[in-house]
Design a protein around this ligand. Structure first.
Ligand SMILES: Cc1cc2nc3c(=O)[nH]c(=O)nc-3n(C[C@H](O)[C@H](O)[C@H](O)COP(=O)(O)O)c2cc1C
Length: 210
């Protein structure tokens, strides 16, 4: 298993050209989305959502606000990882209620935890946003690894214009803001990314022992 994970991580790479004819099965897609849902988040608050863009025309429009990166339209599926625009006590109370229902405990018994989370609301808006963004990056990492192990190609992308994505996907109305884009699918035979040797710092320059 250890070798399998390392081999998968060595063979994965950021796909530059997807084969538009190769599609994930429904089960593969379901597993990828489930792996994202299972991502750890700070406090477990999950102030994020995944938008799955299925409409072909919309995906073509998104290429224009992704600096022409065709992966957005050509991959089997397109995931847009979003955070909440803002959050309030309702988000926290919903989460506390979810814990109470799932674990069959009284919501009142969680008041200490709830009050701890409520302190997040006193942070500056930009700090809240930066904290939520970080959670989305954790989900991205989880997604890339999941895809690698499942033999699915992916290209993590920051190269897009979030405001334009938010407009095209009408994200504001759902209190969402796009943070990252992840086209997933299978690489084209002539994908230039496939031929490039993986470049990483050598382990001795990466791990510092004290
Ligand atoms: C957060 C993040 C954003 C990235 N944005 C883009 C992007 O917009 N377009 C792209 O082609 N690759 C993008 N990449 C891919 C990186 O360039 C790539 O992961 C890196 O060069 C390492 O290569 P490898 O993933 O193929 O091993 C991004 C990667 C990460 C983690």
């Amino acid at each position: 298993m250890d070798k399998q994970i390392i081999d998968s991580l060595k063979s994965r790479y950021a796909v530059k050209k997807f084969d538009p004819t190769k599609k994930l099965t429904e089960k593969q897609l379901e597993n990828v989305l489930e792996a994202t849902r299972l991502t750890a988040t700070s406090y477990g608050l999950q102030l994020m959502k995944v938008v799955l863009v299925n409409d072909k025309d919309t995906r073509e429009k998104l290429v224009d606000c992704s600096f022409g990166q065709r992966q957005v339209a050509d991959a089997s599926h397109l995931l847009v990882l979003c955070r909440e625009r803002d959050f309030d006590l309702d988000h926290i109370e919903d989460y506390v209620q979810n814990i109470a229902d799932t674990r069959k405990v009284e919501a009142d018994s969680l008041s200490g935890f709830k009050n701890g989370m409520a302190k997040l609301l006193t942070k500056r808006k930009e700090d809240q946003v930066s904290w939520m963004d970080k959670q989305v990056y954790i989900a991205l990492g989880n997604l890339i690894t999941t895809c690698a192990i499942m033999g699915i190609g992916a290209c993590p992308m920051e190269g897009f214009i979030p405001d334009e994505y938010d407009e095209i996907l009408d994200l504001k109305s759902q209190n969402l803001a796009s943070v990252l884009v992840l086209p997933i699918g299978f690489p084209a035979e002539d994908d230039p990314g496939a031929k490039r040797a993986k470049v990483r710092r050598p382990i001795e320059k990466f791990v510092i022992e004290k």
